[in-house]
Design a binder for this molecule. Sequence first.
Ligand SMILES: C[S@@+](CC[C@H](N)C(=O)[O-])C[C@H]1O[C@@H](n2cnc3c(N)ncnc32)[C@H](O)[C@@H]1O
Length: 257
Amino acid sequence: MSRPLFALVLALSTSLAFAQAQKAPAPAYEPSVGQEGKDVVWVPTPQVVVNKMLDMAKVTKDDFVMDLGSGDGRTVITAAKRGARAMGIEYNPDMVALSEHNAREAGVAAKASFKKADLFETDFSQASVITMFLLPDINLQLRPKILELKPGTRIVSNTFTMGEWQADQTANLSSTCGATYCTALLWIVPAKVAGTHKLPQGELTLKQEFQVLSGTLQTEGKSLPVTGKVRGTQVTFTAGGHEYHARMNGKSLVPAP
Ligand SMILES: C[S@@+](CC[C@H](N)C(=O)[O-])C[C@H]1O[C@@H](n2cnc3c(N)ncnc32)[C@H](O)[C@@H]1O
């Protein structure tokens, strides 16, 4: 072979080898559904449910999504495909490696990251959306920490509930999901609004059970019973047959249009 031809062949084979190295090799690790995890076994959320969970949380490129117990990374990868920054927390290092591989394959490695960590020891206070498919008792253990998150943070869970904290929205996808575990639930972290507030309508005293409000409105010498809801920082309440809207601005309740 002539010297220039040899150089050409060498250059081509080097770039081919480089291209192959760039494409991540298939990981040797193949997880099996039901395999042990630290606190929960691995069962993947069906993709239609992942999509619905992210729809309900209205995930956009401005969000930071964290999946607690991220398995093979599908929720994180789907969120990253929607332009969000997303991070999976997963205790099993093989699943972390598999997720990283899957993110590279999906072309979203720059937006999707994975951390080998215990979800109970993880700071998720920076997340604007939290996704999870854990167990009811784990959700309950996480609930106090979740309720301290910034008001308006969206929490979406596959199937499992939050005890007496009722979901703000539920979608049952069992007709299209083709598997078990096909219910998407959304909660919006409520602002803390309990207490007495001065409003143009009068003096409003609120009791709060998660997002559900009750209380009284003192107005024109009368005490009217109040029922209401808080969704993030937005408060809606009814008193004397009228609906009112207000917004928590720091610690103050202010009228909203
Ligand atoms: C039911 S799977 C859900 C996987 C993924 N979120 C999904 O929806 O497809 C639960 C995952 O949590 C992981 N896990 C269990 N206990 C954990 C812990 N204490 N910290 C982090 N991950 C944990 C398991 O290894 C498993 O991958």
